[in-house]
Ligand binder design. Structure first.
Ligand code: FAD
Ligand code: SAM
Length: 640
């Protein structure tokens, strides 16, 4: 678990540059900090030249101390220039991972970056997408996914052991920032150096402003060949280093095309994120069209599931909520997509809910995420979306680059493992082959011989659509009390929803309309008894007991035994050799969690940097229940 965060406490010098009150150190030099950044971090790591000859299509830079993001912005600017001048260059994606213990507030970030007008086109995007100050990894995508920023909020020494090392290694370059070692000795530790080396690749280089002897020795002990070089235009020296690792033994096969089973928000997000990366997707959807399952409601609410800032479920949902907002905001010019970040109110409807809301408001979440309201707790940036439109938009955008093949009315009824590929077989006995399969088919994920034991419970839900004119609107935002009420769209108002465990029927029931109206009555003061129900829709959620989705490679029974018996005390790692992946169990909050869940699935599949910690990876592992039992046995703690 990660502790709550504190924002950076700043002063501003006469030149308008930020200074850290706690560390009594500068964020960047008064004397043209941008040029210094370009010299110390880009030039000393031989960038952009390395992007022309790199051995992967993505390049990973990791940094200690994000600060104002100046290093990130300078790198992004250089990467844009490289892409424009080298459209055929090998590297097409830049991945920047930065660790920050004391994030600047958005206001301070804005003020700090105002001194670099030459970066304003990029800094405005960073400021507008700047995440909530909640511990864990927050992923931002810019330039249609060509530039990815992972902001890991928390202490670098605590976070680095939580970073998953992909099979082909993680960082190509390290920028070691983080204030002078004399002012911040707690960060520059042997432990940090060892972690930096663990997450480096064979040709990884690093650079840092400092020339401190213990940093040089520490990094050399960890495995880097270190040297001192003169700092730009100064008498002072700085350090550069090169990893001594030998070539990694990459076990995974390169993926180029993927078969996805499903046609809801999970498969739509994954298809979009894979095709944007240039991968081919073959989609199999059982229904006549996409978004006819749980993702087919006329409107749905988007807000995170929260308990405490230091609990992993809340952290997952805050990251997911932010990623979802960020993704949807990039579609804002898309006319097909009705949605509104109008806010979501968690309404006090009785003693219990009001106590829960007070606890939530006092839990330490940032005020930008959740704030007090006269009637409860309010997510100012929550809102609603038309799920059908979102799903269709994502598939349409995916189809644009010719990388998507869709088979509708095509229910896959079995999967057969061949020597080096899977065969997917539909009801008519037609077969398709695929080297990688992802099951993103909602509650039906357990229908295959290979997946029957996945811990998904069907939970039927019905929504009711009311004639909006009869509703004396109490607010322009989503209200969640007993059930939820979404602001009217085209004269109709969605209220919902019911929960019926283990019921897979999708008939519309009068009794459940009454139930929805009764829930609404407990939430709003108006008399709703006379309100007309125009229509309804029922669908089945696939829920998990712990509210985490199921994401990751599936192990065969034999592989599961081996993983269990050989598990180190630090816990198990995700299955990456599997060619059968799961992306399901999105429960009642799939609209919020699907984009990040799909991003995690894509990163796992392609062995890219992951936007979540190893602990979260264990929490979302489709086979976590069994593996956790084995882990507890190993730790000698049966109760966990
Ligand atoms: P689905 O949308 O169910 O998609 C499954 C897809 O798989 C379908 O296209 C189906 O055709 C296809 N499929 C299944 N089996 C096969 C097969 N064998 N071969 C080929 N294709 C197959 N979430 C929120 O965040 N906010 C809300 O306000 C909200 N309200 C909800 C209200 C109700 C009544 C319900 C039921 C759910 C609600 N949810 C809400 C939850 C959310 O809708 C789900 O979490 C989400 O839609 C799940 O998406 P999915 O892609 O996993 O599954
Ligand atoms: N790279 C930054 C830029 O481009 O603006 C400047 C970084 S500033 C000199 C150092 C940063 O390291 C500060 O933002 C500070 O909060 C952060 N930091 C200090 N100790 C840290 C730790 N233990 N873990 C993560 N970040 C830390």
């Amino acid at each position: 678990m990660l502790a709550s965060l504190q924002n950076a406490k700043l002063s501003w010098n006469d030149a308008g540059m930020p200074i850290s009150d706690s560390f009594e150190d500068i964020y960047f030099s008064n004397n043209n900090g941008l040029h210094e950044t370009q010299y110390v971090f880009l030039k000393q790591n031989n960038l952009p030249e390395r992007w022309l000859i790199h051995n992967r299509d993505f390049f990973v830079i990791a940094e200690t101390g994000f600060g104002t993001g100046l290093n990130f912005l300078a790198t992004w600017q250089a990467f844009r220039h490289y892409r424009e001048t080298n459209p055929e260059g090998k590297v097409t994606r830049l991945h920047f991972i930065s660790f920050e213990k004391f994030p600047l507030t958005k206001l301070d970030l804005k003020q700090a970056l105002a001194v670099w007008p030459e970066l304003s086109l990029l800094s405005e995007q960073l400021i507008s997408a700047y995440p909530y100050a909640v511990p864990g990894c927050q992923r931002l995508r810019f330039d249609d996914g060509a530039v990815v920023l992972d902001l890991w909020l928390g202490d670098a020494n605590e976070l680095l052991p939580q970073v998953y090392e992909p099979s082909d290694g993680l960082a190509d370059v390290w920028f070691l920032d983080g204030f002078a070692p004399s002012k911040n000795p707690d960060m520059w530790t042997e432990h940090l150096f060892a972690q930096i080396y663990r997450l480096s690749r064979p040709l990884t280089t690093l650079s840092t402003f400092t020339a401190a002897g213990f940093v040089r020795r520490g990094l050399a002990n960890a495995g880097f060949i270190m040297s001192k070089v003169a700092e730009h235009g100064e008498k002072r020296s700085m350090l550069i280093g090169r990893s001594q690792k030998t070539k990694a033994n990459v076990k995974t096969l390169p993926v180029r095309s993927v078969a996805i089973v499903g046609g809801g928000i999970a498969s739509a997000c994954l298809t979009y994120l894979l095709t944007q990366r240039g991968y081919q997707v073959e989609l199999f959807c059982a229904d006549a069209d996409v978004a006819e399952g749980a993702s087919g409601n006329p409107q749905g609410a988007i807000y995170p599931l929260l308990h405490q800032p230091d609990d992993l479920l809340s952290q997952f949902f805050v990251s997911a909520f932010h990623f979802c907002q960020h993704l949807l905001n990039n579609f804002h010019n898309n006319e097909m997509l009705n949605h509104d970040w109008c806010g979501v109110l968690l309404k006090d409807i009785d003693e219990k809910s009001s106590q829960k809301n007070i606890e939530l408001l006092n839990a330490g979440f940032p005020i930008e995420l959740i704030q007090p309201h006269t009637d409860g707790a309010f997510f100012p940036h929550g809102g609603w979306v038309v799920p059908t439109e979102l799903v269709k938009t994502l598939f349409q955008l995916s189809a644009k680059n010719g990388l998507l093949t869709q088979h509708k009315n095509c229910e896959i009824i079995s999967l057969q493992k061949m020597t080096d590929h899977w065969e997917l077989i539909n009801r008519d006995g037609i077969r398709w082959s695929a080297s990688q399969v992802v099951l993103a088919n909602g509650v039906d994920v357990t229908m295959f011989e290979q997946t029957t034991s996945l811990p998904i419970t069907p939970m039927r839900g019905q929504i009711s659509t009311l004639l909006a004119s009869e509703y004396d609107a109490i607010s322009s935002y989503v209200v969640c009390g007993d059930g939820y009420i979404v602001p009217a769209l085209d004269g109709q108002q969605v209220i919902g929803a019911t929960y019926v465990r283990n019921d897979m029927a999708r008939d519309i029931r009068e009794s459940e309309h009454e139930e929805n109206k009764a829930k609404m009555q407990r939430t709003v003061p108006q008399d709703v008894s006379t309100y007309t129900v125009l229509s309804g829709r029922a669908a089945i959620r696939g829920v998990t007991r712990d509210h985490f989705p199921l994401i990751g490679g599936l192990r065969s029974a034999e592989k599961l035994q081996i993983t269990g018996s050989q598990m180190p005390k630090s816990g198990w790692l995700p299955e990456i050799e599997s060619d059968l992946f799961i992306l399901a169990g999105l429960g009642s909050r799939g609209l919020c969690s699907a984009p990040l869940s799909a991003e995690i699935a894509a990163a796992l599949l392609l062995q890219e940097p992951l936007p979540c910690s190893l602990s979260t990876l264990r929490n979302i592992d489709p086979q976590r229940k069994w593996l956790r039992q084995e882990w507890r046995k190993k730790l000698g703690n049966r109760r966990g």
